[in-house]
Design a protein around this ligand. Structure first.
Ligand code: ADP
Ligand code: MG
Length: 137
């Protein structure tokens, strides 16, 4: 079974779609095996998104990610990394398929409601960044 790290970002928490995001994963047979709410510091957001530190949007992205509470989740399922990303939709909501989380709820390319790891390597890094062994089942 594959695992991935998903986040309901501060805009998703603000828009009261925590339950809706989880429902969309659960309805596709994806299990929540770890979950917690946190308000990230700017430094924690920078460490999480370290792969993007040279991008022009890094400062704004990490301000956004530390602007309010997030829900961090470890999801588990068969091929969950690509399947969760399909349910999320494209990074830019204008390019996201109908029926995806980002198409339905995101306001722009930065404030796009949800995160999902993009590879087994990043899933490993991201899960271990936020969860210790006692915090997943
Ligand atoms: P994804 O979250 O779909 O894997 P990326 O890893 O490319 O997308 O980017 C990480 C996050 O950075 C995105 O989810 C989004 O919040 C933000 N982002 C990506 N591209 C841009 C951009 N061009 N302008 C502003 N924010 C962006
Ligand atoms: Mg990414």
């Amino acid at each position: 079974m594959e695992k991935t790290l998903s986040i309901v970002k501060p805009d998703g928490v603000e828009k009261n779609v925590i339950g809706e995001v989880i429902r969309r994963f659960e309805s596709k047979d994806i299990k929540v095996v770890g979950i917690k709410m946190v308000k990230l510091s700017k430094e924690q957001a920078e460490g999480f998104y370290a792969v993007h530190k040279e991008r022009p949007f890094f400062g704004s992205l990490t301000d956004f990610m530390s602007s309010g509470p997030c829900v961090l989740m470890v999801l588990e399922g068969e091929n969950v990394i690509p399947r969760a990303r399909k349910i999320m939709g494209a990074t830019n909501p204008e390019e996201a398929d109908n029926g995806t989380i980002r198409k339905d709820f995101a306001s722009d390319i930065e404030h796009n409601i949800v995160h999902g790891s993009d590879s087994p390597e990043s899933a490993d890094y991201e899960i271990n960044y936020f969860f210790n062994q006692l915090e997943t089942v």
